[in-house]
Design a binder for this molecule. Structure first.
Ligand code: FES
Length: 127
Protein backbone atom coordinates (compact mmCIF):
# COMPACT_ATOMS: atom_id res chain seq x y z
CA UNK A 1 0.00 0.00 0.00
CA UNK A 2 1.22 3.50 -0.83
CA UNK A 3 2.33 5.77 1.97
CA UNK A 4 3.53 9.35 1.77
CA UNK A 5 6.96 8.19 2.93
CA UNK A 6 7.52 6.32 -0.33
CA UNK A 7 9.84 7.94 -2.84
CA UNK A 8 8.78 8.91 -6.35
CA UNK A 9 10.03 5.61 -7.80
CA UNK A 10 7.58 3.71 -5.58
CA UNK A 11 4.81 6.04 -6.66
CA UNK A 12 5.63 5.26 -10.29
CA UNK A 13 5.60 1.57 -9.51
CA UNK A 14 2.26 2.01 -7.79
CA UNK A 15 0.88 3.73 -10.87
CA UNK A 16 2.10 0.94 -13.12
CA UNK A 17 0.43 -1.60 -10.86
CA UNK A 18 -2.87 0.13 -10.32
CA UNK A 19 -3.67 1.95 -13.57
CA UNK A 20 -4.91 -0.29 -16.37
CA UNK A 21 -5.00 1.35 -19.78
CA UNK A 22 -7.59 -0.12 -22.09
CA UNK A 23 -8.06 0.65 -25.76
CA UNK A 24 -11.42 2.38 -25.93
CA UNK A 25 -11.73 3.08 -29.66
CA UNK A 26 -10.03 4.69 -32.62
CA UNK A 27 -9.64 8.46 -32.42
CA UNK A 28 -11.64 8.80 -35.63
CA UNK A 29 -14.64 7.08 -33.96
CA UNK A 30 -15.21 10.09 -31.69
CA UNK A 31 -17.07 13.05 -33.23
CA UNK A 32 -15.37 16.42 -33.51
CA UNK A 33 -16.11 18.41 -30.32
CA UNK A 34 -18.34 15.59 -29.10
CA UNK A 35 -18.46 12.38 -27.15
CA UNK A 36 -19.15 8.67 -27.30
CA UNK A 37 -19.99 6.08 -24.68
CA UNK A 38 -17.52 3.23 -24.27
CA UNK A 39 -17.71 0.32 -21.87
CA UNK A 40 -15.07 -1.18 -19.65
CA UNK A 41 -16.60 -4.39 -18.33
CA UNK A 42 -19.91 -3.11 -16.92
CA UNK A 43 -18.78 0.51 -16.47
CA UNK A 44 -20.02 3.11 -18.95
CA UNK A 45 -17.50 5.87 -19.67
CA UNK A 46 -18.13 9.07 -21.61
CA UNK A 47 -15.16 9.85 -23.86
CA UNK A 48 -14.85 13.33 -25.34
CA UNK A 49 -12.65 14.82 -28.04
CA UNK A 50 -12.52 18.52 -27.37
CA UNK A 51 -11.15 19.14 -30.84
CA UNK A 52 -11.23 22.92 -30.53
CA UNK A 53 -8.78 22.70 -27.61
CA UNK A 54 -7.04 19.59 -28.98
CA UNK A 55 -7.77 17.75 -25.71
CA UNK A 56 -9.33 14.44 -24.68
CA UNK A 57 -11.37 13.76 -21.56
CA UNK A 58 -13.17 10.79 -20.03
CA UNK A 59 -15.77 10.79 -17.27
CA UNK A 60 -18.43 8.51 -15.91
CA UNK A 61 -21.36 8.39 -18.32
CA UNK A 62 -23.97 8.51 -15.58
CA UNK A 63 -25.24 11.94 -14.62
CA UNK A 64 -25.48 11.99 -10.82
CA UNK A 65 -28.55 14.23 -10.87
CA UNK A 66 -31.15 11.65 -11.96
CA UNK A 67 -28.82 8.78 -12.75
CA UNK A 68 -29.28 9.03 -16.50
CA UNK A 69 -26.63 7.39 -18.70
CA UNK A 70 -26.35 10.53 -20.76
CA UNK A 71 -23.19 12.59 -20.34
CA UNK A 72 -21.57 11.24 -23.53
CA UNK A 73 -24.43 12.90 -25.43
CA UNK A 74 -23.95 16.24 -23.67
CA UNK A 75 -22.73 19.45 -25.25
CA UNK A 76 -19.15 20.35 -24.42
CA UNK A 77 -17.77 23.85 -24.05
CA UNK A 78 -15.91 26.04 -21.61
CA UNK A 79 -16.73 28.05 -18.52
CA UNK A 80 -13.88 30.52 -18.33
CA UNK A 81 -10.91 28.25 -19.01
CA UNK A 82 -12.66 25.19 -17.56
CA UNK A 83 -13.70 22.54 -20.09
CA UNK A 84 -17.20 21.32 -19.28
CA UNK A 85 -20.02 19.05 -20.35
CA UNK A 86 -23.73 19.80 -19.94
CA UNK A 87 -26.07 16.90 -19.28
CA UNK A 88 -28.71 16.79 -22.04
CA UNK A 89 -31.53 16.21 -19.53
CA UNK A 90 -31.51 19.17 -17.12
CA UNK A 91 -28.36 20.96 -18.24
CA UNK A 92 -26.31 20.51 -15.10
CA UNK A 93 -22.69 21.10 -16.02
CA UNK A 94 -19.55 19.32 -14.91
CA UNK A 95 -15.85 20.07 -15.30
CA UNK A 96 -14.28 17.63 -17.73
CA UNK A 97 -10.92 18.20 -16.02
CA UNK A 98 -11.88 17.62 -12.37
CA UNK A 99 -15.44 16.26 -12.42
CA UNK A 100 -16.65 19.08 -10.19
CA UNK A 101 -20.27 20.09 -10.65
CA UNK A 102 -20.25 23.64 -12.03
CA UNK A 103 -23.98 24.14 -11.45
CA UNK A 104 -23.55 24.73 -7.73
CA UNK A 105 -24.56 21.24 -6.60
CA UNK A 106 -22.63 18.87 -4.38
CA UNK A 107 -22.57 16.06 -6.93
CA UNK A 108 -19.31 15.44 -8.78
CA UNK A 109 -18.45 12.93 -11.46
CA UNK A 110 -15.52 10.59 -11.81
CA UNK A 111 -12.86 11.44 -14.37
CA UNK A 112 -10.35 9.15 -16.07
CA UNK A 113 -6.98 9.85 -17.70
CA UNK A 114 -6.87 9.58 -21.50
CA UNK A 115 -4.00 9.15 -23.90
CA UNK A 116 -3.91 8.80 -27.67
CA UNK A 117 -1.26 6.76 -29.42
CA UNK A 118 -1.11 5.89 -33.12
CA UNK A 119 -4.71 6.90 -33.66
CA UNK A 120 -6.02 4.77 -30.78
CA UNK A 121 -7.58 6.18 -27.61
CA UNK A 122 -6.70 4.62 -24.26
CA UNK A 123 -8.48 5.26 -20.96
CA UNK A 124 -6.81 4.62 -17.62
CA UNK A 125 -8.74 2.71 -14.97
CA UNK A 126 -7.60 2.44 -11.37
CA UNK A 127 -7.87 -1.15 -10.23
S1 FES B 1 -30.20 13.85 -15.29
FE1 FES B 1 -28.48 15.06 -15.81
S2 FES B 1 -29.03 17.05 -15.22
FE2 FES B 1 -30.73 15.85 -14.64
Amino acid sequence: MYSKKNNSKDQTMLDEKTITWFMACKAEDVPVNGGVCVKYHDVQIALFHFTRKNEWYATQNECPHRRQMALSRGMIGTQGDEPKVACPFHKKTFSLATGECLSGDECAIKTYPVRVENGKVYIGIEE
